[in-house]
Design a protein. Sequence first.
Length: 111
Amino acid sequence: MGFKRILGILILLVGLAMLSVSYYIKHQVVEGRTQISSAQKKVDRGNSLFSLNPISKQLGQGMTNSAQKKIDKGQQEVDEYTVLANRFQTWGIVVAVVGVVVIAFGRKKKH
């Protein structure tokens, strides 16, 4: 097996590894979005219970403000990881294709 074919196989494996990382991150993002959605529903429910009059509304917002900040921060992190996963996926495909091309054209020429 020639050097170019071995190099192509290594490049292909790197591309496949990048795709695997992308899949893992996307799976974690889905779980994170589910948890964020659940937490947001609880905060919204708490806010609606306390919104009956102005005094209880301020009290409710004071109690849920900390949770809302954490939810907002979590949403921002999920968005950042989504971008990262998409980049890994795109570059994983590109690298894998380059690996296949190197394998295909890296064969020794017959004389």
